[in-house]
Write a protein that binds this ligand. Structure first.
Ligand code: AMP
Length: 286
């Protein structure tokens, strides 16, 4: 596969978008923060099935990090990422500088009111404002026919689906399943922070979620009991819970009992040492 084109400015992207539109071709966009793994690449490959050309962005977006978070240490590998994008069939990658996306005097932000509340919205104040702002800018710049995001960041996917509809940005938003390591750990750029011991213990998150998923499928409707199954696994691996919740899969409002036919989602955020990990699964009462 050819090495992707690299764009550094919105002007370069706009010129390319116009040329693609003139040819009547569809664009798929995959926004990322880089340090790419199979989860990211699965979105890019799916983009290639849904559109003639695939573009990606790699931008560690400062406005979605809190003051105590890992902006300055977020892992980076631009050269490796470009190779991986090329192998996944990506035509071009937008890699702007923060000062290009947020030049002096910048003052416009996007706030998605309801689905940004609760879960990560409560634990990471301002996070979804940063996410919504940068994704709205990317969707407005690329005008993609489809944009692909992972269910790994489940609340983020709901925020983006909402903003795309509300701002009439016209993309089809595709949510893609979480890609896991063979032992079940959800792939994440932040897994690179884990020591070998933390990496082993991190399995407690997915183990707990799968236990709850299995119990619900077997008929357990009591949400307190399902949450307890998840917490037992977190305690067992000495993970520090940030939240454990079972919510309505669309509105993200907490549930107390499961009902047949109502899609639900179990979500976990927990610290393994200094590293904050998130994961989630679909919950269906059997
Ligand atoms: P990030 O680089 O972490 O901002 O993620 C970029 C995109 O990749 C987001 O839409 C994520 O939800 C998605 N993503 C991250 N990890 C995974 C995974 N393990 N499986 C599927 N998609 C993922």
């Amino acid at each position: 596969m050819a090495a992707p084109v690299v764009w550094k400015t919105p002007g370069e992207v706009r010129a390319w978008v116009k040329s693609v539109q003139l040819l009547g071709q569809r664009i798929a966009l995959v926004p990322t923060m880089g340090f790419l793994h199979e989860g990211h690449l699965s979105l890019m490959r799916e983009g290639g099935k849904r559109a003639e050309v695939v573009a990606a962005s790699i931008f560690v977006n400062p406005t979605q990090f809190g003051p105590q978070e890992d902006l300055s240490t977020y892992p980076r590998d631009a050269a490796g990422d470009l190779r991986r994008c090329g192998s996944a069939g990506v035509f071009g990658v937008y890699m702007p500088e923060p000062s290009t996306v947020y030049p002096g005097g910048y003052q416009t932000y996007v706030n998605v009111e309801e689905v940004s509340q609760g879960l990560d919205g409560d634990k990471r104040p301002g996070h979804f404002r940063g996410v919504a702002t940068v994704v709205a800018k990317l969707l407005a710049l690329f005008r993609p026919d489809v944009a692909l995001f992972g269910e790994k960041d489940y609340q983020q996917l709901q925020v983006i689906t909402r903003l795309n509809a509300d701002l009439e940005l016209g993309a089809e938003i595709i949510g893609m399943p979480t890609i896991r390591e063979t032992d079940g750990l959800a792939m994440s750029s932040r897994n690179s922070y884990l020591s070998p011991d933390e990496r082993r213990r991190a399995l407690g998150l997915s183990r707990g979620l799968f236990a709850a998923q299995k119990a619900a499928a077997a008929g357990e409707a009591d949400v307190a009991k399902l949450l307890a199954l998840i917490r037992t696994e977190l305690v067992g691996v000495q993970a520090r819970e940030d939240y454990v919740e079972l919510v309505d899969a669309r509105k993200l409002t907490p549930l107390t009992v499961l009902e047949k036919g109502t899609p639900a989602r179990a979500l976990v955020a927990a610290f393994m040492g200094k590293t904050r990990l998130i994961d989630n699964v679909a919950i269906q009462l059997g």
